[in-house]
Design a protein around this ligand. Structure first.
Ligand code: FES
Length: 121
């Protein structure tokens, strides 16, 4: 049986000074481990999957977190926000509007690099 929720958490790390920044610098890994802890202490391993990701696109805002099947994008920078999202959205079914990713951040997702994507080699 598929899980009720699947949470994707960006923990991508870029070199210091990179113009796009990265979620690793915005508590991405702490947010990921906080969500795992919230799931684990409730033994919800069959109801909720949590997956660590590389860049999902909108990295100018806070750390990117997406909850499916609702397709709610969050932008957060501290583990307390992750706990609040887990309690309200995952357990209670109510997304936390104050942490939703700004629409403008979702509209700046980068396309493929000029010259296309190089595979292999
Ligand atoms: S580095 Fe996390 S969304 Fe881009």
């Amino acid at each position: 049986m598929p899980p009720k929720h699947h949470i994707f958490v960006c923990t991508n790390q870029r070199p210091p000074g990179h113009p796009r920044g990265c979620c690793a610098d915005k508590q991405g890994l702490n947010i990921y481990f906080t969500l795992l802890e919230e799931m684990g202490k409730r033994m919800m391993h069959n109801d909720c999957f949590i997956t660590e990701t590389k860049c999902m696109g909108p990295c100018l805002a806070g750390s990117a977190v997406v909850v499916y099947p609702d397709a709610v994008w969050y932008s957060i920078q501290d583990p307390d926000a992750a706990r609040e999202i887990f309690e309200s959205h995952i357990l209670g079914g109510t997304p936390v509007d104050k942490y939703r990713m700004p629409e403008e951040a979702l509209n700046i997702m980068p396309g493929p690099p000029a010259g296309g994507i190089q595979l292999g080699g």
